[in-house]
Design a protein around this ligand. Structure first.
Ligand code: 13P
Ligand code: SF4
Length: 302
């Protein structure tokens, strides 16, 4: 931590000077998540919190779609993303034209879009969901069939938990798609009694081999409530580091894959964002209303 002190002190000073808060996704490294973030959570919690932030500037320590979501829900605020290259393989896997084609092929089926998408894709959708509320959102629609984009694995995992027919799109998270059932078997062989929690962006065979599945916040709650002696969180690397900090009695087995986009957030990048006011998120005015509608419909339900 000694190497971080200079940046942490500068960031705290800059936050006060610029009336800024830092909202951090659960995949931020601990020196960001525990030392400088004012609020941390999963995609759903970040979206909810963006509606209530009082400061005039939000620094979104996460990826581009999260900063866009914050801007959509807090349009009067300045939203900064420390590194504009923080993308997401899911967001890149789909365009509004893909949604138009899916609607043509499946007339009448509503489009449920994961928040891990760009604003123009949200604007072309009927409603958003996160990994924490997807079943609730789909079942709220009261229809026999939905189009769920862009994560094929999330869609398949959610389909297994509802009677609604789910039409998918071939997107995947480059972090979670790499986990295999063999990884889970090796973890169990090497750690008898371990509880395995898999993120629903993992392939269905991986989720089936796990004990439970849920969003990053649901993984954290599971550990808080059940206090397992030993746990493996099948997700991005920083998740275990952040949860482990509050649970010294739990052994965290750490198979993990890094998200290169999340890891573009560093203390240095956050400090620069506050010093220079970059990179400010701007939205196409024509997209704001329809994209916000898809997110607020979701927030009203969950
Ligand atoms: P949640 O934190 O909502 O589970 O999302 C995980 C993720 O991959 C975000 O990019
Ligand atoms: Fe996208 Fe996966 Fe990285 Fe999340 S972890 S930002 S879903 S690539």
């Amino acid at each position: 931590w000694a190497t971080f002190i200079d940046d942490i002190e500068a960031i705290e000073r800059l936050k006060a000077e610029h009336d800024a808060v830092i909202m951090a996704h659960n995949y931020m490294t601990p020196e960001i998540f525990h030392a400088v973030a004012d609020f941390g959570g999963d995609s759903l919690a970040l979206a909810r919190e963006a509606q209530h932030v009082e400061a005039s500037t939000i620094v979104l320590a996460g990826v581009h779609f999260m900063a866009e979501t914050a801007k959509l829900l807090s349009p009067q605020k300045r939203v900064l993303l420390p590194d504009l290259r923080s993308g997401c393989s899911l967001a890149e896997s789909i365009t509004p034209a893909d949604i138009a084609e899916l609607r043509r092929q499946h007339p009448g089926a509503p489009v449920v879009t994961y928040v891990n998408t760009s604003a123009d894709v949200k604007a072309a959708s009927d409603i958003c969901c996160t990994s924490g509320n997807a079943v609730e959102v789909i079942e709220s629609l009261g229809v026999p069939e939905v189009i769920m984009v862009p994560d094929q694995y999330l869609a398949q995992n959610i389909a297994a938990r509802t009677g609604v027919r789910v039409i998918t799109h071939p997107g995947a998270c480059e972090v979670h798609e790499r986990f295999t059932p063999d990884d889970i078997r090796d973890i169990r062989d090497g750690n008898p009694g371990v509880t395995v929690l898999a993120h629903p962006e993992c392939p269905p065979e991986v989720v089936a081999a796990a004990d439970h599945s849920g969003s990053t916040a649901q993984m954290q709650s599971f550990v808080e409530v059940n206090r397992p002696r030993s746990v493996a969180l099948i997700t991005e690397c920083s998740m275990s580091d952040n949860v482990a900090a509050g649970h010294p009695d739990t052994d965290f087995v750490r198979p993990c894959n890094l998200c290169p986009h999340m890891k573009r957030n560093t203390l240095g990048a956050i400090r620069r964002a506050l010093e220079t006011g970059t990179h400010e998120i701007e939205l196409d005015p024509d997209l704001v209303e329809p994209a916000r509608r898809s997110i607020t419909r979701m927030l009203e339900i969950s």
